[in-house]
Design a protein around this ligand. Structure first.
Ligand code: DGY
Length: 330
């Protein structure tokens, strides 16, 4: 009998076919997130789950007695209670590495777009606001020569730093651990957190969401930033306190925010942040290129198959959970 797998998100056709070749698959086929109640029902009989962003907690895992593997379609697994999964011998896999450059491209495009008011300009052209060329029209700020501060110098953070170097930016970072090799390679300077906040013209966030990093950027941190600072977030929305962000932007304590992630997410159209004219929000498209999504899909399938077989997935998040019992899906 083929193992039963439930997929909560739309995934590339290739991945769906690959998974379908070895598993009996049911998939949620909508842009809307699957309702919680429905997901709680679906997990009752499944051996494997492919998801991204759904809340996978003790309540859900208690309803999934056969579940052996959770294959996360993405690198961030803050939506999964890893300890609860581990306790139950459920292995969790993710997709690090393959999305690094694509996500860094998006982060850097937000830097450029925000700095040069690209969206404001393009929107204005569409509604007839382009009257003339004028020396004072739509003045942005220069990216070259500006200081780019990076929080979290992991794979994506360093890929953004590399792009910053190519644009002749001054580079600085804060991270819990020093990365001497990257410092030497890129000429990026380590700074204490508070100092970094006060020094940079662009602040790009690349840290995971954990209990320590939730609301890492809040009221106090905004007070330390320069009034010209442009905040970029492509990591997780809740690293920034949304209320404090709204206050900082509406009182012009910082200049602008360009966000690919929000808290809450998706951000509802009536949210106050969307009423501001110094905010640009994209819908969590960091890794959204077809090529990258196909690579992610292959990793998702490999992690899933290994987990269903009781083997270590190529990209395990909680290797200590590996169940002793082996089950072959051939
Ligand atoms: C990731 O890979 O973490 C993306 O943000 C999708 O969750």
């Amino acid at each position: 009998m083929k193992p039963r797998v439930f997929i909560t998100i739309r995934i590339p056709k290739q991945t769906l076919e690959l998974i379908g070749s070895k598993c009996s698959v049911e998939a949620w086929d909508s842009e809307d997130a699957i309702p919680r109640e429905m997901l709680l029902q679906k997990v009752g009989e499944i051996d494997g789950l492919v998801e991204d962003g759904d809340r996978i907690d003790a309540e859900l895992l208690n309803r999934a007695p056969k579940l052996r593997v959770i294959s996360n379609f993405g690198v961030g697994v803050d939506n999964v209670d890893i300890d609860e999964a581990t306790k139950r011998g459920i292995i969790v896999g993710n997709t690090p590495g393959v999305l690094t450059e694509t996500t860094a491209d998006l982060a850097f495009s937000l830097i450029l777009t925000a700095a040069r008011k690209v969206v404001e300009g393009a929107e204005g052209v569409k509604v007839g606001r382009w009257k003339n060329w004028g020396p004072m029209n739509l003045l942005g700020v220069d990216v070259h020569g500006a200081t780019l501060g990076i929080i979290g110098l992991g794979r994506i953070g360093s890929a953004v730093a590399r792009r910053g170097r190519g644009f002749d930016m001054k580079l600085a970072y804060y991270s819990r651990t020093r990365h001497m090799e990257i410092e030497n390679e890129l000429g990026i300077e380590f700074m204490e957190f508070n100092k970094l906040l006060g020094e940079c013209d662009f602040l790009s966030i690349h840290t995971r969401l954990t209990s320590e990093t939730r609301h890492l950027i809040g009221e106090e941190e905004f007070l330390r930033m320069k009034p010209n600072c442009i905040l970029i977030n492509t990591s997780r929305g809740a690293v920034v306190d949304s209320t404090a962000l709204y206050d900082a932007l509406s009182q012009h304590r910082i200049a602008y925010a360009a966000l690919d992630v929000t808290d809450p997410e998706p951000i509802p159209p009536e949210h106050p942040l969307l009423k501001l004219d110094n905010t640009l929000i994209t819908p969590h498209i960091g890794s959204a290129s077809m090529a990258t999504r196909i690579k992610m899909g292959s990793m998702v399938a490999e992690n899933l198959f290994a987990g269903l077989n009781g083997e270590m997935p190529p990209n395990p998040v909680n290797p200590e959970a590996l169940p002793k019992k082996k089950t072959s899906i051939s």
